[in-house]
Design a protein around this ligand. Structure first.
Ligand SMILES: Cc1ncc(COP(=O)(O)O)c(C=O)c1O
Length: 394
């Protein structure tokens, strides 16, 4: 029995079967490369489902983890720690004037936003959400998610989420009732198929929210921290949200989430109204600061823009040649390639050629390359993908 088979056998016996897994046991990562337990090397164009946005084991993140773990790993939130203050200052510095609540995951950021919006709403509790959105698996986040397939078997869901088609402002307008307190939107739907919110839609949402006194909540768990070429995807538009939800790349691999709220809104949560034991731990905040340092000093936003332009140009050319490619969408280094066929065999064929990618919504190949990926690596990955897709086009 190979090591791979042995580990999979143990999972089958001892680990809950909640994930669709590829038969790959990964034990090491560096930048855009990962190695499996058999010593095989892969090019990872979907590192950590967006978590490892700086690449695997970015040296500044591992340095931060090592250094901080020697001092103190955890400080509970009934005391203070300087790094939580610094991380919050950095986050508001690149977004908007406000305050931060730290948590541990994307779903928990969504939960926080739902509680904050309801408390701010003073009796208004409905939140307008988008079809095909994805906000996580805990009960409020699941209820907010606009995809019934994830909700089946878990009813009754949390009440108060009103679903409308994405990018349709009129539908949002029609869905507003005297009970509405907020609109929740991903500026680019990730799991929903890399679908980009139009500038008009975001601007329209902002206008509606201002007119009707609703909170505009941007779920940037997947798009945040530089992925699309700006710190946050909403910054491609003229619109600023009231709440900004973050996780994934924020911790450079370390599990951490955050909600940035405009100052007056943030003040609705007072001691005793919300908490999480691990939120904003020194270890997590050291990682956030390392991520900021890397994005700024290594000029990763510029890199994302340059490499994104390169990738989209090559993919546009591929679309002309490969009839199985229906549409190429996204921004920066967030890429969706919609096919006319099932994408899973493409993912498997790429893996056989030592390239890791993702497929969502059955037919949309999703690439979230590390912001540190080299042009040579990106080019090699695209060549593999081109080969596979051209092969399927004949
Ligand atoms: C936009 C968005 N929001 C929320 C989540 C949930 O994050 P987590 O899995 O960390 O709970 C995800 C996860 O993919 C996401 O893409």
């Amino acid at each position: 029995m190979t090591m791979t088979q042995e580990v999979i056998k143990q999972y089958d016996r001892y680990v809950m079967n909640t994930y669709v897994r590829s038969p790959l046991v990964l034990t090491k990562g560096k930048g855009s490369r990962v190695w499996d337990v058999e010593g095989r090397e892969y090019l990872d164009l979907f590192p950590g489902w967006g978590v490892s946005g700086l690449g695997h084991n970015h040296p500044w993140v591992t340095r931060a983890l090592r250094g901080q773990s020697r001092r103190i790993i955890h400080v509970p939130n009934n005391y203070y720690h300087p790094l939580q203050a610094r991380a919050a200052k950095k986050l508001t510095g690149v977004s908007f004037d406000g305050k931060v609540f730290f948590c541990n995951s994307g779903a928990e950021a969504v939960e926080t936003a739902v509680k904050l919006a309801r408390r701010w709403g003073e009796g208004r509790y409905e939140i307008i959400v988008m079809e095909q959105s994805f906000h996580g698996r805990t009960m409020a986040a699941l209820s907010a998610t606009g995809q019934p397939k994830y909700q089946e078997g878990f009813e009754p869901l949390l009440a108060g989420f009103v679903r409308v088609p994405f990018n349709e402002l009129d539908a949002v307008l029609r869905a507003i009732t005297p009970k509405t307190c907020a609109v929740l939107v991903e500026p680019i739907q990730g799991e929903g198929g890399v679908r980009v919110a139009s500038d008009e839609f975001l601007a329209g949402l902002r206008r509606l929210c201002d007119e009707r006194k609703l909170l505009l909540i941007a779920d940037e768990v997947q798009t945040g921290m530089g992925r699309t070429g700006t710190w946050f995807a909403y910054q491609h538009s003229t619109v600023e949200p009231d709440l900004l939800l973050l996780a994934k790349t924020l911790g450079g691999g370390f599990p951490i989430g955050a909600v940035v709220a405009r100052r007056a809104i943030a003040d609705v949560l007072v001691p005793g109204t919300h908490a999480t034991t691990y939120g904003g731990s020194p270890l997590g905040c050291a990682c956030i600061l390392a991520v900021f340092e890397a994005v700024e000093k290594q000029k990763l936003l510029e890199r994302v823009n340059a490499l994104g332009r390169y990738a989209f140009k090559r993919l546009a050319a591929l679309k002309e040649r490969a009839p199985v490619v229906r549409e190429v969408r996204g921004r920066g280094l967030m890429v969706g390639i919609e096919l006319t066929i099932d994408g899973r065999p493409v993912v498997d064929a790429c893996r056989a050629k030592r390239l890791l990618i993702n497929c969502t919504q059955d037919r949309v190949l999703r690439l979230l390359p590390a912001m540190t990926i080299t042009k040579a690596q990106l080019s090699r990955a695209l060549s593999i993908l081109e080969d596979v897709l051209m092969g399927l086009s004949h």
